[in-house]
Design a binder for this molecule. Structure first.
Ligand code: C2E
Ligand code: MG
Ligand code: MG
Ligand code: MG
Length: 280
């Protein structure tokens, strides 16, 4: 009987695993056609100056509206895109889309702020990656400094030996680089010094309880001191309350993003943050 129960459990797990694998394969197939079917769109979230309250940048965030499932979070489909290799095609599309958006905003006379694009580790490993994205942006006809690139800290551990060279190439091509989700990986501080990063984004997990958790406050403080010593700007992610904003101001973070100011929004709303003061 015990043996039977064991076998049943095993069968149960196998069935569940199968269902999961099938689901994943389905998601991968759907994602493969999502681009062609126009189901992917970009949302934008402002980056705000802590001192002036002005919008000084944006981050482009991918959205997928699936015809059956509805909205699928990037946290769920980016890993699928990475494992299947689809991320390279999607990544090119994202960059092209954002560059086109900047060109439209420019031609319509809006104030231009850099728009940040998130990169995946797999994209970074492509041959001639720096040349490729440079040519995507140049072909659209905007300067590279209109685009910022966000790399996650955990990426730094995965990418190969000449990753620093690629970063230098991107930097020399005029893209500002920013280190995303800082504090969640294990990058050594000595390594950080070698990277051509303009800014460092403190992960939202350290911001969430900053007004009540002294450890989080200490971590954010130390990170900001370190970043400033390396001449990097500090951006706090996930600021949802005024109390959190007050803390990150006291800790000398230059910019923030979060629901307190604005959620990621479609282009039609993002553009309202780029309106010029009317000239008198
Ligand atoms: P990320 O780059 O760290 O983006 C920040 C995430 O925090 C976004 O989630 C954003 O919507 C969310 N967020 C912003 N403010 C707040 C806040 O105040 N509170 C809370 N709780 N969350 C906030 P989202 O849009 O779901 O994206 C998740 C992740 O997916 C991103 O993390 C990024 O790693 C990845 N991702 C998104 N778009 C792209 C893309 O185009 N390419 C690649 N490779 N990855 C992307
Ligand atoms: Mg990001
Ligand atoms: Mg982040
Ligand atoms: Mg993140």
């Amino acid at each position: 009987r015990a043996k039977d129960a064991g076998r049943n459990r095993l069968e149960y797990y196998e069935a569940a695993m199968n269902a999961k694998a099938v689901q994943r394969l389905q998601l991968e197939n759907d994602l493969r056609s999502a681009l062609a079917k126009g189901q992917l769109t970009m949302y934008y979230q402002p980056k705000v100056s802590v001192s002036s309250g002005e919008v000084v940048g944006m981050e482009a965030l991918l959205r997928w509206s699936h015809p059956q499932i509805g909205f699928v979070s990037p946290a769920d489909f980016i890993p699928v895109a990475e494992e299947s290799g689809l991320i390279n095609e999607i990544g090119d599309w994202v960059l092209h889309q954002v560059a086109m958006q900047q060109r439209i905003w420019l031609s319509q006379g809006y104030r231009i702020v850099p728009v940040a694009v998130n990169l995946s580790v797999r994209q970074f490993g492509q041959k001639n990656f720096a040349e490729k994205i440079q040519s995507i942006v140049r072909n659209v006809g905007i300067p590279t400094h209109f685009i910022e690139l966000e790399l996650t800290e955990s990426m730094l551990m995965d990418i190969g030996g000449d990753s620093i060279r690629v970063m230098d190439q991107l930097n020399e091509a005029g893209f500002d680089l920013s280190l995303d989700d800082f504090g969640t990986g294990y990058s050594s501080l000595s390594r950080l010094k070698l990277l051509p990063m303009k800014s460092l984004k403190i992960d939202q997990s350290f911001v969430r309880d900053i007004d009540t958790d002294e450890n989080d406050e200490a971590i954010v403080n130390a990170t900001a001191v370190l970043a400033h010593a390396m001449e990097m700007k500090v951006i706090a992610e996930g600021v949802e309350t005024q109390a959190q904003l007050d803390f990150i101001r006291d800790l000398h973070c230059e910019e923030y993003q979060g629901y307190l100011f604005c959620r990621p929004v479609p282009e039609s709303i993002a553009v309202t943050y780029l309106q010029r003061e009317s000239a008198i």
